[in-house]
Write a protein that binds this ligand. Sequence first.
Ligand SMILES: [Zn+2]
Ligand SMILES: [Zn+2]
Length: 82
Amino acid sequence: MSGLYDLLHGDFLQCGVCTRMYTDPVILPCLHSACQTCVQRHLDDSGVRQCPVCQQQLPATDDNGHRPVITPNYFLVRQNGQ
Ligand SMILES: [Zn+2]
Ligand SMILES: [Zn+2]
């Protein structure tokens, strides 16, 4: 049985942008995860709101006009904390 082990110790904990272990992982609406700094840098550099992994468009604002919801990926945070 290697599936779960590979998930927890392989690419699952690796940011698709900087290819390092997540430092401050967030999960995007497309369900990709990346470091918060990587996502923010991508948004700043490109000027386009899209996922740095799959280029899917991210919502500019939510219904209340706030910044798009980029949720900390607590599962990955917890895994990293061990
Ligand atoms: Zn990263
Ligand atoms: Zn994506």
